[in-house]
Design a protein around this ligand. Sequence first.
Ligand code: NAP
Length: 270
Amino acid sequence: MPGLVTILVGNNPASVSYVTGKQNTAHELNFYSLQDNQPEDITEQKLLEIINTYNKDPKIHGILVQLPLPRHIDEKKILNAIDPDKDVDGFHPINVGRLMIGGKEAKYLPCTPAGIQQLIVRSGVPVEGAEVVVVGRSNIVGKPIANILLQKAPGANATVTIAHTATKDLAGHCRRADILIVAAGVPGLVKPEWIKPGACVIDVGVNRVGEKISEKTGKKIAILRGDVDFDAAKEIAGFITPVPGGVGPMTITMLMANTVKAAKSAAGIE
Ligand code: NAP
């Protein structure tokens, strides 16, 4: 039985909602799943000890520490402490290096970029030889998705450009893109006129722009917007992901896929 632990430090509302989504899916899939909540003021040493316990626990195949962590904890130190074979988030430097090398070396692809690749490929969008423009160069989205799509491999083999805040003529780069992946965290950054007609647009941005009362639950919920003006862009793009409901669910799906992979690997099946 695949085993997944999600460790949450503190109670940042966005983090609570992400971890809850991950745990609900793990339960639905009948995984052995644990939600480990730790207080905001936990020491770095204590958190390292907890990770070490899960590293040794044979029932746990995947360990996910929800980011961001409080300021007094060194995020790098924590991620480096996770056994690379249980690093289902794919953020350990060993797994980052494996992804960079590509091919059979790559064990766990980070979940959001892996989900983006699946969305593109399973929508029938040709990737080989495509002009891909990625807006954003974070270690969790921008850099890994660029790396995944430039590998000489099926569902990849694209020509990739990475744009960031120092990029000159962002609009011009976007206009060239057959596949435009936006992960900047700036609501409405990409204007509809920057999109090449028929392009595939992946909007990774999740921006909380206000609050509203949920019709379903009567509770206050965040109003979310992407980095792309969806309503206008959908008239021009050939394919486009909504926010919420596009990349987010795929991130959870790929976490589950990585956990199954880890369990199989621990059982010597793969
Ligand atoms: P991040 O670490 O803040 O990185 C943002 C990147 O975008 C940086 O490289 C930054 O450039 C670039 N950028 C910001 N403003 C820009 C501008 N005006 N023009 C060009 N480049 C710009 O963000 P992240 O962690 O990658 O997340 C990005 C967004 O995706 C956020 O909204 C986040 O909530 C969302 N996200 C969603 C999921 C999901 O599952 N759906 C998962 C992860 C993240 P510099 O490097 O030059 O600063």
